[in-house]
Design a binder for this molecule. Structure first.
Ligand code: SF4
Length: 235
């Protein structure tokens, strides 16, 4: 029995992604950061909001912002909402927290997930961060059950009006200083429900990291988190 286990383990090898030190293999159908082809009337084109993008095939092709296609680039989390609005396809990638916040959270960060009106897709990707491939815990980041034990919140979903008070109470129950991470097109811009009167955005809660996607790939979330914590080699 013991030898069976060891044999299986040897056959499987190391399953954990080499990211961020090595190259990342993404599935063929992965759709990353949108690329905008140079528009023939550059001054007349409205910019593209990557935060509101659903990364659907229907969004590719000619559109108001120019001709859009999806790259293989998983890096697109930003420290500001405006950093995700682009005319060129370039987004302003997240910058590291200040030195004091990095001293507090850089090696150990506990997060509370707040599902504020989500389809479950974003939470599935957050859960995947804990699997053997992405192994979020190797960076000292873990999810906890109570906001009182947390250093920050991860918000998913449209923040519908019914969840707004619960979200604010959870934020207030998280001890300061705290960080807030908004994950997915719903939390950033309402997602497929954008424009609905039931959406409570903007929630008034200060956000430190905006992660686009519907849902974001675990590597997009991980990349944003490591940028925020100043943990990316060479950054
Ligand atoms: S962003 Fe997409 S995957 Fe995430 S909760 Fe909204 S609809 Fe679901």
């Amino acid at each position: 029995m013991t030898f069976d286990f060891l044999r299986t383990r040897l056959r499987q090898g190391t399953r954990t992604s080499p990211y961020p030190r090595g190259a990342v293999e993404l599935p063929e159908r992965f759709r990353g950061l949108p690329v905008i082809q140079p528009a023939d009337t550059p001054n007349g084109r409205p910019p593209l909001d990557v935060g509101a993008c659903l990364f659907s095939p229907e969004e590719a092709g000619p559109g108001p912002a120019g001709t859009v296609s999806f790259s293989r680039d998983h890096r697109m989390a930003s420290s500001t909402r405006e950093g995700l609005v682009t005319s060129t396809g370039e987004v302003e990638l997240a910058h590291a927290l200040d030195a004091e916040m990095r001293r507090l959270f850089g090696r150990s960060l506990r997060l509370r997930s707040v599902v504020a009106g989500s389809c479950g897709g974003c939470e599935a990707e957050l859960a995947a961060l804990g699997n053997v491939v992405f192994d979020l815990a190797r960076f000292g980041v873990q999810f906890v059950a109570s906001p009182r034990h947390a250093d920050g919140l991860v918000i998913t979903g449209t923040v519908n009006r019914n969840m707004l008070d619960a979200l604010r109470m959870t934020w207030e129950a998280t001890p300061a200083p705290r960080i807030v991470i908004a994950v997915g097109a719903c939390a950033l811009a309402g997602g497929p429900f954008r424009g609905s009167p039931e959406i409570g955005l903007p929630s008034g809660i200060p956000v430190d990291l905006f992660v686009p996607g519907c849902p974001p790939h675990p590597l997009t979330i991980l990349d944003g988190l490591l940028r925020l914590l100043g943990r990316l080699p060479g950054e």
